[in-house]
Design a protein around this ligand. Structure first.
Ligand SMILES: [Zn+2]
Length: 406
């Protein structure tokens, strides 16, 4: 029996037709020969070679083999690669053409050299317990996907995520209940590291986890283990909803923390708030179902991360989403499965449309989530296959608890 989900490169390769398998093996051997010290693993659901960090990834699609040697190698080999379709960190080799093995060898060697140089530079300047040095050290910025499912899922958690900046986390939505505590624990995020939470809208699958967080964090405030305030960002009507549910469901001694150390901050269309030191511009997504906000956040590196809530992109969001480095977009199911899951009836969209949008908006990295959960084991591979026909950038279909370096 085939494994449910690839754990090794062998597992990954064996699900494809024989002709594709042959190409993938050839590619794998070429990489092995160019980087004999690299180890193999599956990362982002793709075959990955690792040496002083990720070296290269590859993946098979219907019409091409995607090769991901990072943006620096794409830049370095720009001329030789000009005959192929490219993304910021990726290149597509048509499935019906011979792989350019010499060029692949050169790119892999360049990546080995690059990672080695970085590792040596690190060893040369070992991290000292020196305040000044730490101050200059690069900011740790990560995206932790806590849940990837739509409202009605049972096999994964509802869509929510955290943006990490050094030791602090900005939580975006909280899923539908107590499961948020499980997801945070699995992600090794302590409640003491969460002081900023944004709730996009009132639907249960985004909202109800906040009740648990308020309960648990206010208990920690009372016991003295939680430092500082908890800031909750949402629109005014949503604040009322949250406070009502809190009052009806958790003990008074905890409710008292609201207004004292649990503070609500109103989000408004087009208004900027500073969260974890990031400028975060909130915008009304103009949902026809329930008032909902998205945001555009500027990372320390200057990169733009854009969250569109759980509904498809709308034209008025263009300025926020155009040329996003990271776009988080919902995709209810594959376009191929639309008759089965009826995404449009729920104001949701499919992989195809989300990818078309990202292509039009010139997005570098697209993350799809808020999906149905009938085939999680194959979700990433199937969605990638469909999406790659419409989008040239880096497409990710993460599982719950996936982590991205921003
Ligand atoms: Zn939702």
């Amino acid at each position: 029996m085939k494994p449910q989900k690839p754990n090794t490169i062998d597992d990954y390769i064996e699900v494809f037709p024989e002709t594709v398998q042959e190409k993938l093996r050839q590619l794998r051997e070429t990489i092995q020969a160019a980087a004999p010290e690299a180890t193999e693993k599956i990362s982002y659901q793709m075959p990955t070679f690792y040496l002083n960090g990720n070296l290269v990834h590859f993946a098979a699609f219907k019409n091409h083999i995607g090769f991901y040697p990072t943006p620096s190698a794409i830049e370095q080999f720009k001329e030789a690669l000009s005959v192929y379709q490219q993304g910021k960190g990726s290149v597509q080799f048509p499935i019906n053409e011979a792989l350019p093995l010499d060029l692949i060898t050169e790119m892999v060697k360049a990546r080995v050299f690059e990672n080695q140089s970085k590792a040596e530079a690190k060893n040369h300047y070992p991290a000292k317990k020196n305040k000044n040095f730490e101050h200059q050290a690069a900011t740790k910025e990560k995206l932790i996907i806590l849940g990837t499912g739509n409202a009605a899922v049972t096999k994964c958690y509802n869509t929510c995520f955290a943006i990490q900046k050094n030791e602090e986390f900005f939580l975006v939505d909280t899923g539908g209940g107590n499961g948020i505590l499980t997801q945070l624990e699995k992600a090794e995020i302590s409640l003491d590291q969460i002081h900023e939470i944004f709730i996009s809208h009132e639907h249960t699958d985004h909202l109800l986890g906040i009740i648990w967080l308020i309960r648990m964090i206010s208990a920690r405030m009372k016991s003295g283990s939680y430092q500082g305030n908890l800031n909750i960002y949402c629109h005014t009507e949503l604040k009322k909803t949250i406070v009502i549910i809190v009052k009806l469901t958790i003990p008074d001694k905890f409710v008292k923390m609201i207004g004292d150390r649990i503070l609500f901050h109103q989000v408004k269309d087009g208004k900027v708030r500073e969260i974890l030191g990031y400028p975060v511009t909130f915008f009304d997504i103009r949902s026809t179902k329930a008032k909902q906000f998205g945001f555009s956040l500027k990372l320390e590196s200057g990169k733009k991360l854009v969250f569109l809530g759980d509904e498809p992109y709308r034209e008025h969001e263009y300025d926020y989403a155009y040329q996003a480095d990271w776009l988080l977009h919902e995709a209810f199911c594959r376009y191929a499965d639309r008759d089965q899951f009826l995404p449009y009836e729920k104001d949701h969209t499919t992989v195809k449309e989300a990818c078309e949008i990202a292509e039009t908006l010139e997005v570098a990295n697209l993350i799809l989530y808020h999906t149905e959960d009938s085939n999680l084991a194959k979700r990433a591979v199937l969605y990638q296959q469909e999406g790659s026909g419409y989008y040239q950038g880096n497409l990710y279909v993460p599982d719950d608890l996936a982590v991205f370096d921003l």
